[in-house]
Design a protein around this ligand. Structure first.
Ligand code: ADP
Ligand code: MG
Length: 751
């Protein structure tokens, strides 16, 4: 594949645009902006003309009406169109600056202050001449508060009025829309717009360089490239940029789907080892000793997996099922099928805590069958080995040896298992628990390992919309565990209003009661400590979430330790900043009953299985998403005793967050809840940690909202690749794919 098909688009921006000579103030201003744009763009990853033209506006402002100033909130970044009401200037106290205070107004008479700081009289005079009362301009900055009034301090501004000497020449019509770009440093929105305007003014005919052929454009009513570029950057009406956006979304979808179709076609050429079912091996012995009946769903999905593993086509399957649906058993049966043929299976967990947890539950379910390599081993037994970064040097060496020699039929660990240092004698199946961090790249790692590709199965408790499975995860076949094994006890969920002291007292009393009854509990917080960054958790970003101080693990441990109600309760923290060894030791002590209550972040979110845990108290519960809370509460009431989950929150029941909590109180159906959740959440939240996948290359395409478009593009892509696997007749599309892959690498390096 070659990228240099479109000379103009591949030129460096500063080869096409140069800073024009300037004599008048207006010319100087323009020259200044272009120069800023040229300097600033490279730091935004924008180097070529294509990069710049595909840097699309964030939004558009309608020149015909002023923005609603009353609606602006403090602490938000805004771009507003407003009219200058008054301008006053004075020296700063210490005399080194000239302050210009401008009062802005909108069509309703609301006002907003803007203050500018000029270092010399020349700048101050210039400002005065630009922002005369009556002038309309765009102002961008962060809304602050000064002496009780909302204020923009040192905003960027840009004059728009038609007819004035400084106005943008191209904004010929008063009803034109102004494109607003996400700027950075010197490259302000205005500077970017100036540079892009220069580029568009030199745009050659692009019809030979169009990734979407005429037939496809007609079929889906899509604009041609050149026109779409003009309309997205310089729309005269809203419908112009809407049509342009649609075209570029389709283009993104097509480029992505063509690459995925190519990989699928490629995957057909990969071979896996076939592992036929045996009825006299370790799997049969395992089934024999299972303490329960498999549900119909487990059986059905198990059969699907068994059939695929028995063929030479590498399996690539996502198994989704609610928390507690019994995915682990399904995975273990698939792994044992491979072990029966003399192969190995790797089980990958998202964290070390969970890997250690899996080791315990796998060993518990297998009993003697996991005693391979020891003297008392049964005939069919295999060895189950843990391999994580937390191991000491000696243990690690042994684990590596177990994997490389084939002694270990099952190796459990984190994604580090996929590193080059870990060799397997004959890896037949990889099981990934919780898909979040398992995108297309990770699969490539597996594929590039040996002559034979292992079968792959990914498990998730969060239902994945089809288009997400198609884009973010390449293309996974999906199986669903629709049933959950009948619960011996219902699990109760209650919302606890934090403001009510009596309720809180009862919450802690209840925690103490459970511990006295020999049970264990969790207290979940949003943060580790006050200084911990958001990354520690995956809190939701609700607009209606008032800023407030959140409970932290550290504070909560300290506070609960002094509560008389909890005297004698053994508490321990558990969070992502602890060393893997400490985390593991804490979990082990908790499992063993040496710790009664762990106070943790969401590190316990997935998979932790301690049957004696019966109570969970979630603090600031409104800051977690529905699916996340559902996952969390799935950790309690798994054993012989009923579970209870207390969602503590100060939010009012009628708020959006309050309604989410109420939904959890009312329903135990994780899939139904997750679907509700998807509708309430933002696209970015849905993708979450999946950013390592192709999703990071998407600019406009929305994997949920644009489902139809993605399906259409996928079917076109399939045809293209079927007819022309090398894309020899689709060179522009091939170039666009190369561009996408390169851009994604840059993204991964930067992040
Ligand atoms: P998840 O789907 O959340 O990973 P697990 O596989 O951890 O669920 O299973 C949850 C619990 O249910 C485990 O203790 C497991 O042993 C048990 N379990 C699994 N399948 C069944 C079944 N068919 N009947 C009864 N209990 C089951
Ligand atoms: Mg699980």
């Amino acid at each position: 594949m070659t990228t240099s098909l479109v000379p103009f688009l591949d030129l460096k921006v500063d080869k096409v645009v140069s800073v024009p000579p300037a004599t008048t103030d207006a010319e100087k201003q323009r020259a200044q902006l272009i120069s800023q744009g040229l300097k600033g763009l490279p730091s935004m990853g924008i180097h070529t003309v294509r990069d710049a033209l595909y840097y699309f506006p964030r939004r558009y402002i309608d020149q015909s009406e002023n923005s609603d100033l009353a609606a602006l909130e403090v602490d938000t970044e805004v771009t507003v169109l407003a009219e200058v009401l008054t301008l006053t200037q004075r020296r700063s106290r210490n005399g080194d600056k000239i302050l210009t205070n401008v009062v802005l107004t909108d069509d309703n008479g609301a006002t907003l202050d803007a203050t500018f700081f000029a270092r010399n009289t020349w700048s101050a005079r210039y400002l005065e001449s630009m922002l005369k009362p009556g002038t309309r301009a765009l102002f961008s900055g962060k809304v602050g508060r000064y002496q009780g009034r909302r204020q923009l301090a040192g905003p960027d501004y840009e004059l728009l009025d038609v007819g004035t000497e400084y106005a943008e020449q191209s904004l010929a019509h008063a009803d034109d829309l102004v494109a607003i770009y996400r700027g950075k440093g010197k490259a302000t929105s205005q500077a970017i717009r100036k540079v892009i305007r220069e580029l568009l003014s030199q745009l050659p005919d692009l019809s030979d360089f169009e990734p979407l052929d005429q037939q496809m454009r007609t079929k889906y009513r899509l604009l041609p490239l050149g026109q779409a570029l003009r309309q997205i950057h310089q729309p005269r009406e809203r419908k112009e940029y809407r049509a342009a956006r649609r075209r570029f979304r389709f283009e993104e979808a097509l480029v992505l789907q063509t690459e995925l179709a190519r990989r699928r076609a490629d995957a057909q050429t990969y071979r896996a080892e076939a592992w036929p079912l045996r009825d006299d091996g370790i799997l049969a012995a395992f089934d024999e000793r299972l303490p329960f009946e498999l549900t119909d769903s487990q059986r059905k999905v198990g059969d699907e997996l068994a059939a695929e593993i028995a063929t030479e086509t590498p399996m690539l399957r996502l198994v989704q099922g609610d928390v507690g649906a019994g995915k682990t058993v399904v995975a273990m049966r698939a792994m044992l099928q491979v072990v029966d043929g003399g192969g190995q299976a790797a089980l990958l967990a998202p964290t070390e805590v969970l890997a250690a947890q899996h080791l315990r539950s796998v060993r518990a379910l297998m009993g003697d069958l996991a005693a391979g390599g020891t003297l008392m081993a049964e005939a069919n037994a295999t060895k189950v080995t843990l391999l994580t970064g937390a191991l000491g040097a000696k243990e690690r060496k042994q684990a590596l040896l177990d994997a490389a020699s084939g002694q270990a039929g099952i190796v459990i660990g984190t994604h580090a298992l996929l590193s080059d240092q870990v060799q397997f004698a004959n890896l037949g199946l990889v099981v990934v628990d919780e898909q979040h961090r398992f995108g297309v790249e990770q699969r490539d790692v597996l594929r590039n390992r040996g002559e034979l590709t292992p079968h792959t199965m990914v498990m998730t408790a969060t239902p994945i919309p089809r288009t997400v499975a198609m884009t973010v995860f390449g293309d996974l076949a999906v199986s669903t565990l629709k049933q959950t094994p009948a619960r011996r006890h219902p699990r109760a969920t209650h919302v606890v209003p934090e403001g009510k002291e009596q309720w809180m007292a009862r919450t802690w009393a209840r925690l103490a009661d459970e511990v006295k009854a020999g049970h264990r509990g969790f207290v979940v917080c949003n943060r580790i400590s006050d200084t911990s960054i958001e990354e520690d958790t995956q809190t939701t970003s609700d607009e209606d979430a008032e800023p407030r101080i959140l409970h932290t693990v550290e504070d909560t441990v300290a506070r609960l330790s002094t509560l008389p109600a909890l005297a004698g309760v053994r508490l321990a923290p558990l969070h992502g900043r602890m060393t893997p060894a400490d985390k593991d030791a804490t979990m082990a002590a908790f499992s063993a009953g040496e710790i009664d209550v762990v106070v943790s972040t969401t590190v316990i979110e997935v998979g932790v299985d301690v049957p004696e845990a019966t109570i969970m108290v979630v603090l600031d519960a409104d800051r977690f998403g529905i699916s996340q809370l559902h996952q969390l509460r799935g950790r309690v009431g798994r054993g012989a005793d009923p579970g209870i989950c207390l969602l503590v929150s100060p939010v009012a029941p009628e708020t959006l967050a309050g309604q989410r909590l109420a939904a959890l109180e009312a329903s135990e159906d994780g899939f139904a809840l997750a679907e509700t959740d998807l509708k309430l959440r933002h696209e970015g939240d849905v993708l979450g940690g999946a950013q390592s996948g192709f999703a990071s290359s998407l600019r406009l395409l929305r994997v949920i909202d644009d489902a139809d478009l993605i399906e259409q593009a996928r079917s076109e892509a399939q045809h293209i690749v079927a007819d022309d696997p090398q894309l020899a007749q689709h060179r522009v599309l091939a170039a666009a794919i190369a561009e996408m892959l390169a851009g994604r690498e840059e993204f991964i390096e930067r992040s």
